[in-house]
Design a protein around this ligand. Structure first.
Ligand code: GLN
Length: 484
């Protein structure tokens, strides 16, 4: 039961072959069996999950046809869950229980989700490996000595290791697509504004977007259908109609599709097997009737510096609210400034502190024009690169990550090396467009590789169609690691 896709599980529920309680128990057993080694979950909500499963079975018996009725999912721990500890992977929110659900969580619950628990993340989603979690590192189910990617590494590992039928992650600079790639699952970052950020504890508000991690593109379509759409509580969510993403997959084909290959993406620093797998994936699509167009995204090289200025600047402002007074635990030193200093000094981890300092510096008088303002100007150029590209092509194909999963500890002491692993993902957030990572092969060590498909902001359905056609033609997404 545990290795079904979400779609298959739903079919079995609808046909009466299984109950949600049975599925939920099977996944909880699986979690108890393998999570001591993988460590994907920060919090398990076992009792609540079984109660939700029972309620789902009763709803189904009454004829309820909610789209995810009885489906067990996992939620990244940066999304607020009412009454359930929400830490953002940080000690500064240890024990914090929000009084409300994030809109995406609420929508999933309304659609019938069973919530299994909250997944591990780099602290405040700052990182590419989960090694920056204030609690522990998640291990890659394909090789426990390696990272699952990050920051949504817990969600990606949970889905890859058959501990959940799908999960929510968040993506500010690659945090859904990169771990999806490193764990061999499907990861979608919707266009900025497609999904509500209400209740997503902000890292960098102009870049953050909620995304999904699943075992198939069809599963992604099902989750996106539920979470997408305008939310009056998030003024940056777009008041656009939400297409029928599932219907979009029916009879999908890629004949005549123009695929752009950015010449700047296949240069130095890319693992040869990754490049080969991505090019082979494009060949598969060409074999199905697509055509390839070489394109240029000339400001690609500025992506990382611009991202690490904008993201840290916004983070330094967003994280000012964690002071031991309003949320989470307090290191009480009797006096106000000492209490602030102790709480932030002792409970934020080193990467978060580094970014608050970088961001504060970039925003400070005298440096604002030279760094922050300049970064915003170059951000516009990055966005224009994509606008121009999408006049010539329908989608862009790229790697999701320059390498497959690296060893735990390999880059942990070298922030710059770690930042470089985001080279193919951060520009997408700067431009606000959509990105989908689908499994496209393995390297010589049996580690998964992801193909990243990029499309204009609210054309997620286009990406899903291409991803679905690719999946049907290759079947890479059906491979699962052996753990436990
Ligand atoms: N690795 C990038 C960072 O550390 C992206 C993280 C994310 O998307 N949340 O900022």
């Amino acid at each position: 039961m545990i290795d079904l896709t979400l779609t298959e599980a739903l079919r079995k529920l609808n046909s009466g072959e299984v109950t949600s309680v049975a599925l939920t128990r099977a996944l909880l057993d699986r979690i108890h069996q393998v999570d001591p080694a993988v460590r994907a979950f920060l919090t398990l909500t076992e009792e609540q999950a079984l109660a939700q499963a029972e309620a789902a079975d009763q709803r189904r018996a009454r004829g309820d046809t909610a789209p995810l009725l009885g489906i067990p999912l996992a939620i990244k721990d940066v999304l607020a869950t009412q009454g359930v500890q929400t830490t953002c992977g940080s000690r500064i929110l240890e024990g914090f229980r929000p009084v409300y659900d994030a809109t995406v969580v609420q929508r999933l619950l309304d659609a019938g989700m069973v919530m299994l628990g909250k997944t591990n993340t780099d602290e405040f989603a700052m990182g590419s490996s989960t090694e920056n979690s204030g609690y522990f590192t998640t291990h890659n189910p394909w090789d426990l000595a390696r990272v699952p990617g990050g920051s949504s590494g817990g969600s990606a590992a949970a889905v890859a290791a058959n501990m959940a039928y799908g999960a929510l992650g968040t993506d500010t600079g690659g945090s859904v697509r990169q771990p999806a790639s490193l764990c061999g699952v499907v990861g979608l970052k919707p266009g900025y504004g497609r999904v509500s950020r209400y209740g997503l504890i902000a890292y960098a508000s102009s870049l953050d977007q909620v995304g999904t991690l699943t075992r198939s593109v069809e599963d992604t379509a099902r989750l996106l259908s539920v979470i997408a759409g305008h939310d009056p509580k998030d003024s940056t969510s777009m008041p656009l109609p939400v297409p029928d993403y599932l219907a979009a997959l029916a009879n999908a084909d890629v004949r005549g599709l123009r695929i752009g290959l950015p010449r700047e993406y296949f240069t130095t620093g890319i693992q040869p097997e990754v490049e080969a797998a991505v090019r082979a994936a494009v060949d598969v699509l060409v074999g199905l009737g697509a055509e390839v167009v070489e394109i240029s995204l000339p400001h690609t090289d500025y992506g990382l510096p611009v991202y690490y200025l904008v993201a840290t600047a916004e983070a330094s402002a967003n994280l000012a609210r964690f002071d031991g007074v309003r949320y989470g635990p307090r290191e009480d030193r009797g006096e106000m400034w000492a209490t602030y200093t102790a709480t932030r000094g002792e409970r934020f981890g080193p990467e978060v502190k580094r970014r608050i300092m970088l961001g504060t510096y970039a925003l400070s008088a005298g440096y604002y024009d030279a760094y922050y303002l300049k970064a915003q100007q170059v951000r516009t150029l990055v966005r224009q690169d994509f606008d121009e590209a999408f006049e010539k092509v329908d989608v862009i194909a790229a790697p999701a990550s320059p390498t497959t999963a690296f060893k735990i500890g390999e880059k942990a002491d070298d922030p710059l090396q770690m930042y470089l692993s985001d080279v193919y993902t951060v520009t997408i957030n700067l431009a606000g467009i959509a990105g989908l990572s689908v499994p496209c092969g393995f390297d010589g060590q049996g580690l998964p590789i992801g193909l990243q498909l990029l499309g204009p902001a609210f054309q997620e359905d286009r990406l899903l169609r291409v991803g679905h056609v690719y999946e049907q033609a290759t079947g890479w997404h059906t491979r699962r690691p052996t753990v436990g």
